[in-house]
Design a protein around this ligand. Sequence first.
Ligand code: FES
Length: 182
Amino acid sequence: MNPKTLPREPERRSFLKKTLATVIGIVMGLCPIASGFTVFLDPLRRRSTRSGAIRVTTLEALPIDGVPRIFRIIDDRVDAWNKFPRVAIGAVFLRRTSQNVVEALNVVCPHAGGFVDYIPATKCFVCPLHNSKFAIDGKISDHKSPAPRGMDTLEVEIRHTNEVWVKFQNFEAGHKKKVASR
Ligand code: FES
């Protein structure tokens, strides 16, 4: 190359500075766009239900034998733009231990979100994904279980003498404490 056509040192430095400033300007400009996009899409990740407690079943459907039975939770699912009426938004194990006492456990495993099974032969819950084991009351029953906490308990109310209502909620997996999902 003809040495006369090569850019001189000050020109080259100036060129590099301008290029760097342009790149930084583009990156800084993209940050607000990216965060704006995240905020825009955030409602899609949300699942809201119309009320805190949901009617799940009646006491007649739950014998007083302390055996867990699985029930789907049906409610309207709402995100920012759509409403899906009467769809399954989760499931619970219900266990009736006396006339008016019903316990509820979310079926979702607190380790990584698998679905827990009830094993009648051993009277315990097992998550098939990584073999976490839980006692019938939801507490961890095997210290080798990878789950950081027991199954998530949910509040139950008996309304109108025989209706079983559950305050249904999902919780973040992987935490030692219950942290409500958004
Ligand atoms: S998801 Fe249940 S043990 Fe891992």
